[in-house]
Design a protein. Sequence first.
Length: 177
Amino acid sequence: MSGRARIIRTVCISGFALFVLLSLGFGFDPGEKIAVNFAFFSLDMLKVLPCAFILIGLFEVWVRRETVERQLGEGSGLRGYGWVLLLSGTTVGGLYVAFPVAYSLFSKGARLSVVFAFVGASAICRVPMAIFEASFLGVKFTAIRMLVSIPIVIMSSELLGRYLRKRRYAMVDGSAA
């Protein structure tokens, strides 16, 4: 990360912390609500993320690259999309967990379009979210939403994957920064 980016990040974090502290000190109601919501959100993330990252680490160690390439790689066809739909349905923690899993899949040889489908599907196809949605909006609504959303996610992922493959897309290694 460049020096300028560090300064910007430090200023933003310091500004947020100062705003919250001043809001709590002076009784500014919107700032107090922001502080409470931030605290609850942080606690929820601290409950989910460590377990998720341990599972991602185990995936990195235990699952061979050849297996991922065979099931999700260039020759996987529709089967690859089926696997990522199943995987995304069980993902907890939302996109905070989905992005590291997507990076892990890509680094182990998954096709780029399949990785995009995983990210899209993990935003719309999680089982707990579907159950919650069905209980409030009905099973029919949830089924229609899934039947419409899943093909759109797969088609857009395939199109984006082809577009980037034509442009010879390569993942930039961010560890050197």
